[in-house]
Design a protein around this ligand. Structure first.
Ligand SMILES: C[S@@+](CC[C@H](N)C(=O)[O-])C[C@H]1O[C@@H](n2cnc3c(N)ncnc32)[C@H](O)[C@@H]1O
Length: 253
């Protein structure tokens, strides 16, 4: 399990204590199966917040996808040259439980502050607890990233597993805003699953990022999973032998 930081283990232990106080392991693994089917087969429901409806799905999201996203983003920022130096503020767009923003912040030479924004009320307290668990000074607010004014730069802007949940027109408009922010000196990191349903819009934005001097990558990370993640993975029959994803990056030129 990398990063070898014991903050990660403590964060996961706290999540287990919270969620297993209310639910049994079979309940969480059943909810994880339902949640992964929402992501894969019933994507149209995501816009209604279906992925985070009910304590079971929330527990599954926090205990399973959160740590996976965290490990993947930690790996990505470690591999992208310059991504962890001179970072003062991270905007974590669609922060969810804060897993990905915390990964980027925790990987930085000097821990930056984080502003998390999400439209779903449940995520606000969860994200605040995650940032705190990593010793990150953070503000979390409720808002629609498609329409809300974003805090001014300089900033390192992260949208992890979020862009794909926006309706196409909102996504295109936000991507264009982010590319413009990068031209003004901000850094932008977009992370999404490798799944085919993302690819339709991905290729177009990959070309835009590359022409603006950025890069696109696909990631396949083989790493030891935290024990509860491995146990849920087996129980729900999901088989994450590797953690995969793709990213778009615009850093400083
Ligand atoms: C799959 S989760 C990813 C969470 C987190 N970034 C991570 O990497 O684990 C997507 C998140 O985006 C949020 N989201 C989706 N559309 C949004 C919007 N228009 N404005 C704000 N948040 C949004 C959802 O509420 C959810 O918390």
């Amino acid at each position: 399990m990398t990063p070898s930081d014991d903050r990660l283990a403590r964060w996961i232990a706290a999540l287990e204590a919270t969620h297993f106080a209310e639910l049994t392991f079979p309940e969480v693994s059943r909810a994880l199966r339902a949640l992964s089917s929402t992501y894969v087969e019933r994507r149209e429901k995501l816009a209604d917040g279906a992925a985070l409806s009910g304590t079971g799905k929330r527990a599954a999201f926090a205990l399973f996808y959160g740590p996976l996203h965290h490990l993947l983003v930690a790996h990505i920022v470690d591999q992208l040259p310059g991504a962890t130096s001179d970072v003062h503020t991270i905007l974590d767009l669609g922060c969810g439980t804060g897993a990905s923003g915390a990964a980027w912040a925790a990987a930085c030479a000097k821990t930056p502050r984080v502003v998390g924004i999400d439209r779903h009320p449940w995520t606000i307290g969860e994200a605040a607890a995650t940032y705190k668990a990593f010793g990150i000074s953070a503000t979390v607010r409720r808002g629609d990233i498609a329409t809300a004014p974003l805090p001014k730069g300089p900033a390192s802007i992260l949208a992890a597993f979020t862009m794909n949940e926006l309706p196409e027109a909102s996504r295109d408009a936000l991507m264009a805003r982010l590319v413009a922010r990068a031209a003004d000196g901000d850094r932008v990191l977009i992370v999404e699953p490798l799944a085919g349903f993302v690819a339709r819009w991905w290729n177009r934005w990959r070309d835009t990022f590359e022409s603006a001097g950025g890069r696109a990558d696909e990631w396949r990370l083989r790493t030891e999973l935290p024990p509860i993640v491995a146990k849920l993975d087996r129980a729900a029959g999901l088989n994450h032998r590797e953690i995969t994803g793709r990213s778009l990056w615009l850093g400083h030129r």
